[in-house]
Design a protein around this ligand. Structure first.
Ligand code: SF4
Ligand code: SF4
Ligand code: FES
Length: 247
């Protein structure tokens, strides 16, 4: 039976990596090995998980320095002598071992405008083009794993920005409202400065780590930035607002 060589973060902020060796079987993923470690050597190891199917977004961690879902990383990909380092997400306050406090994200979620739908057509239905349905479906694939939030340097390297920056997961949610053809929220509310879109310099790191392969930068952030420029800096709109009170 192959043996995994693990380096796992233990404790809180003043903790340290500890080395473990755990036997594993073909077909196992990193989360299976962490569970076996917990069951056989470290019963107090804190690790969050739920579905083991890449759908609940709970088991996010940094594996060999890359933000990933532990349940989606097969052990076969690591050479047998490789040490696999498993760390908690760096961007959020650490609770213990591999578990972080991600509640900042829930606070941001409450600030995203809700859909305000148009009135239905006379026959009681609402209609939209297939291209708009496809776009919305991409945005709704998000499993709220917060890997994109974790990797984004705007808050990872500058925690103070958390007061002014919603982060890529919420730019996806914002884009879902702002680009929905049946939404009637004032455009300014969905592309407002308050979400910190201007801090993003389109590095695409968020897109690179998204396990749902949402094109966060190309399909959400860049179109939102374009809308924001139209809304706040288009001279014709500025004149319209000034002289005709147009929104
Ligand atoms: S593209 Fe923008 S939101 Fe995404 S990781 Fe880079 S700076 Fe952050
Ligand atoms: S956008 Fe992707 S990486 Fe970000 S929280 Fe949603 S699923 Fe996770
Ligand atoms: S346990 Fe649900 S995504 Fe990994």
């Amino acid at each position: 039976m192959p043996v995994a060589r693990l380096k796992v973060w233990r404790g809180g902020d003043d903790g340290a990596y500890e080395d473990y060796e755990v036997e594993y079987e073909e077909g196992m993923v990193v989360l299976d090995v962490v569970h076996r470690l917990q069951a056989t050597q470290t019963p107090d190891l804190a690790v969050r998980w739920n579905c083991k199917a890449g759908k609940c977004g709970s088991c996010s961690a940094e594996i060999n320095g890359r933000p990933q879902l532990q349940c989606m990383q097969r052990m076969e990909q690591y050479p047998e002598d490789e040490v696999i380092q498993i760390a908690p997400l760096k961007t959020f306050p650490l609770i213990r071992d591999l578990v972080c406090d991600v509640s900042w994200n829930y606070k941001i979620a409450k600030t995203i405008p809700e859909f305000q739908l148009t009135a239905p057509d006379q026959d009681g239905n609402r209609r939209m083009a297939q291209i708009d349905i496809d776009r919305g479906q991409e945005f709704r694939k998000c499993i709220e794993c917060y890997l994109c939030q974790d990797v984004c340097h705007v808050i990872r390297d500058h925690p103070d920005n958390k007061d002014d920056f919603a982060g890529p997961r919420f730019f996806v949610q914002l884009a879902n409202v702002a680009m929905h053809p049946l939404d009637t929220n004032p455009r300014r509310d969905t592309v407002d400065h308050g979400f910190g879109l201007e801090y993003c310099n389109i590095t695409k790191c968020c897109t690179d780590v998204c396990p749902e392969h949402i094109k966060i930068t190309d399909n959400a952030i860049i179109p939102l930035k374009e809308r924001r420029v139209d809304e706040f800096y288009d001279p014709l709109r500025i004149i319209g607002r000034k002289f005709f009170g147009k929104k």
